[in-house]
Ligand binder design. Structure first.
Ligand code: ATP
Ligand code: MG
Length: 565
């Protein structure tokens, strides 16, 4: 669970604190996270989740989970389930406060009838195309719909018959009667209800008219007595409509809408529509593909909830849109994994190393520390024997300058085991490729320390050939080549910007035997290689790992180069 004190404050937390001081909502704080169940949550949603649940926690308030399920054609139960799992996994709890906008359909209808009675809403029979034409533009006022002056009685009758299913889609809509000349287009008689002959995942065929988001959202907030309705900047121009709905109806409370900048991350897209397209067109293996910016993708990739929460705290809350460096997210991840991930040895590109003077019958167990950052995690025993695997790139027959790893005549340390010296190699007769490295070991260097103080420059990781386990390792790179794939549509197909090398699968890797039976999602550091986690495809026959992130952190360099804000 997150701590109840934020590391820093921001303009929204200041508003909440001020409202508490002024006793504006009777000392209550109630926020909500209102996803539309039309896709999986992404890291942008995590920002909103951390903000809404965080503010509630810090102030002894509540945060509701509300499904904004007003559009039956795009919504599915699968999404409802995944959203709940993701919010929980991030470490947040809505307690008993799980709601659906569809819970309020009857109340929303009654309120609409009320608006009609008060002369504040009317049934409009222009076609969708005509409604757009009448709406005007930013520079031209709109024109009144010819149906604007329908009598209350006629409106009530038509609205009732809309609900009863007498009309086809598009025949009529219910509109608020506000101001067709308003400089704010959202106030030019916005649509409150439209006819949709579609089954809803919760209300079935009970309804064939559905409220718009702009109408349902403020009222849902008010019914739940939300105090601060926090949303992203694109709703700023909708705020007058939000307030209009609440000012013109006998709702039980009047929440305050506050907007903040949505999160964008370099090399990443945050549009559910585009993410859905990646899934449906098979560019990725699913919503939880480890390359996806979805919560479930990040989770499968090996991200921890702690790292994501830390990231959301560090980026803060601003009023202007910007793009956050992916390197910062990865930095937060490395900081967490450095503290928590046990170190193990794994060889991704195996090369056989044979210790000619090591007895064939012998297996020793060398002691290896699990995590130098966390001594409490102790150590484990790793089997060592005559035939080992080392990383192919840790041997060079003709070492370039500055290469301190293994080469003929050179002595190196095998991590926690012994010093070995390379004497000869065996090559493939056809290709000339080195297939075996022959060494001798110094029995006086057990534990990787020499008795005579002799130093070596290279330390290699290794696994015992006979004891290690086969594994598949999946390496990931940016899903997009362009650092800003979410930039305003240039008209082209955004999938053309996909990185064709975002996934590389390594077969035939070898990992130390302590990883046998490691649970899916468990994380570790493969020494010298990066952080990895066990994929859910992993089995006793074949372990499967995802590379979560490499070891090299680029954030310090990038943040130094960035202009100070
Ligand atoms: P998308 O544009 O990806 O479809 P959305 O805003 O339509 O996202 P919702 O399910 O309506 O998705 O979002 C639920 C909540 O999450 C909203 O309050 C929304 O403002 C917030 N949210 C969505 N995307 C981001 C983002 N990138 N950064 C911060 N908050 C976000
Ligand atoms: Mg939305």
């Amino acid at each position: 669970m997150t701590t109840a004190t934020p590391a820093s404050t921001d303009f929204i937390r200041e508003i909440v604190a001020e409202d508490l001081r002024a006793n504006k909502h009777g000392g209550r704080v109630a926020t909500r996270f209102p996803p539309e169940p039309n896709g999986y949550l992404h890291i942008g949603h995590a920002k909103s989740i951390c903000l809404n649940f965080g503010i509630a926690l810090e102030n002894g308030g509540v945060c509701h989970l509300r499904f904004d399920d007003t559009n039956p054609t795009k919504e599915e139960v699968e999404y409802v389930d995944s959203i709940q799992a993701d919010v929980r996994w991030l470490g947040f709890d809505w307690g008993t406060h799980r709601y659906y906008a569809s819970d309020y359909f009857e109340q929303l209808y009654d309120y609409a009838v009320q608006l009609i009675r008060d002369g504040k809403a009317y049934v409009c029979s222009l076609s969708p195309q005509e409604i757009r034409e009448y709406r005007g533009t930013l520079t031209e006022p709109g024109r009144d719909s010819p149906y604007r002056s329908r009598s209350v009685a006629e409106n009530l009758d038509l609205f009732h018959r809309m609900r009863a299913g007498e009309f086809p889609e598009g025949a009529h809509v219910l509109r608020a009667k506000i101001d067709m000349a308003s400089p704010n287009l959202n106030l030019r008689d916005p649509v409150l209800y439209r006819i949709l002959h579609a089954s809803h995942h919760r209300t079935g065929d009970t309804w064939c008219i559905y409220p718009t988001y702009d109408y349902a959202h403020p009222i849902s907030d008010a019914i739940e007595r939300i105090t601060h309705s926090i949303c992203t900047l694109e709703f700023e121009a909708h705020r007058p409509l939000y307030d209009w709905c609440l000012d013109n109806l006998p709702v039980p409370s009047h929440p305050q809408q506050i907007e903040f900048a949505r999160l964008n991350i370099s090399y990443t897209l945050m549009s559910k529509r585009k993410l859905l397209q990646l899934v449906e067109q098979g560019h990725v293996a699913g919503w939880d593909d480890p390359r996806m910016p979805t919560i479930s993708g990040l989770r499968r990739r090996g991200y921890s909830p702690e790292a994501i929460r830390d990231f959301c705290e560090r980026i803060g809350v601003a009023k202007r849109d910007n793009v956050v460096e992916l390197a910062l997210l990865e930095h937060c991840l490395r900081e967490d994994l450095n503290r928590t991930a046990p170190r193990v040895m794994a060889v991704l590109h195996p090369l056989r190393l044979i210790i000619d003077n090591y007895p064939e019958y012998l297996t020793e167990e060398v002691e290896s520390i699990n995590n130098p950052e966390d001594p409490g995690t102790g150590s484990r025993r790793v089997p060592f024997s005559r035939v080992l695997y080392i990383e192919r790139e840790d041997f060079q027959e003709v070492p370039p300058k500055g290469y301190f790893r293994l080469s003929p005549g050179r002595e190196v340390r095998l991590k926690d085991a012994y010093y070995v010296t390379c004497n000869s190699v065996v090559k493939d007769e056809q290709t000339g490729e080195v297939v075996e490295v022959h060494c001798t070991y110094d029995p006086e260097t057990r534990g990787g320390r020499s008795a005579d103080g002799r130093m070596v420059k290279g330390t290699l990781h290794w696994v015992s050939a006979a004891h290690s386990l086969p594994a598949e390792v999946r390496l990931y790179d940016h899903l997009f080549l362009n650092p800003d794939p979410g930039a305003e549509d240039t008209g082209g197909d955004f999938t053309e910007g996909l990185n064709p090398h975002s996934l590389e699968v390594l077969e035939g890797c070898r990992v130390e035997p302590s990883l046998a039976g490691a649970a899916a999602e468990s994380r570790c550091q493969f020494l010298r290689q990066g952080y990895f986690c066990v994929d859910r495809d992993s089995s006793a026959e074949k372990l499967v790992f995802n590379r979560t992130v490499g070891l090299r952190d680029t954030w310090a360099k990038i943040s130094r180069a960035q202009p100070k804000k």
